[in-house]
Design a protein around this ligand. Structure first.
Ligand code: SIN
Ligand code: MN
Length: 217
């Protein structure tokens, strides 16, 4: 297994469909979506972004985040000077569009066929964007996992423990990879150190989309 701070190369077998990487309890399904499924999902996301345009949130300290965001579902995640929270409508006032079926299909296959997610957060990374280590802890019930889908350019994903400052491991997430933060890793610190521009042809203008599906309340 990889040592602290290095990039993971070990592939494990898993008693589910297909091989799975265990990155500190975060289960990564490499290439879970094939190229056609990725392209179809991008088309569905274009429709989401037309209804709910990407915006650039501010951290509570007033710094613009480098990632642009929007959302689909009953709630979207939002941040400004008042803090991190879920809001029931886009900051411009319109309701969030529904989560596309192509996206829900991944949740149905890997998490639950009964309880659907309340939020599909859409993060868009240009080559310069990154996301600092954080926990996803604005949801009411940590019994439900967060499911993450990567589309487009590759990104160096860093996962720690549930303690800030603990050891971390890193892995390049590629287009079509699905990661699940659940169980003991539900509150693992995680972030994106950098994106590798030009590493995927999925998005004609480049960049990376990350979707995270969350049960909120
Ligand atoms: C997130 O933690 O919200 C995004 C993670 C990623 O971009 O892969
Ligand atoms: Mn997160």
């Amino acid at each position: 297994m990889e040592s602290r701070g290095s990039v993971m190369k070990t592939r494990l077998d898993f008693d589910g469909p297909g091989p799975v990487l265990d990155l500190g309890g975060v289960m990564v399904h490499p290439g879970w979506l094939d190229t056609a499924a990725q392209a179809a999902m991008v088309e569905d996301l274009r429709a989401v972004i037309r209804e709910a345009p990407l915006f650039q949130p501010m951290t509570p300290r007033g710094q613009a985040m480098s990632v642009r965001m929007t959302a689909a579902g009953r709630y979207g995640w939002f941040s400004d000077r008042s803090g991190y929270r879920y809001i029931p409508a886009h900051p411009a006032g319109q309701p969030w569009p529904p989560i596309p079926d192509s996206v829900l299909a991944a949740w149905r296959a890997l998490v639950s066929q009964v309880r659907m997610p309340d939020c599909c957060l859409v993060n868009f990374y240009t080559g310069a964007a990154r996301m600092g280590l954080h926990q996803d802890r604005d949801e009411a019930d940590f019994g439900w996992p967060v499911l993450s889908i990567s589309l487009g350019d590759e990104a160096l994903f860093r996962v720690g423990t549930t303690t800030r400052g603990g050891p971390t491991r890193s892995l390049w997430l590629r287009s079509g990879d699905v990661a699940i933060l659940g169980g003991a890793a539900r509150l693992a610190f995680h972030g994106i150190d950098r994106v590798r521009p030009g590493s995927s042809a999925l998005l004609p203008k480049g960049g990376r989309i990350n979707l995270t599906l969350r049960v909120v309340d």
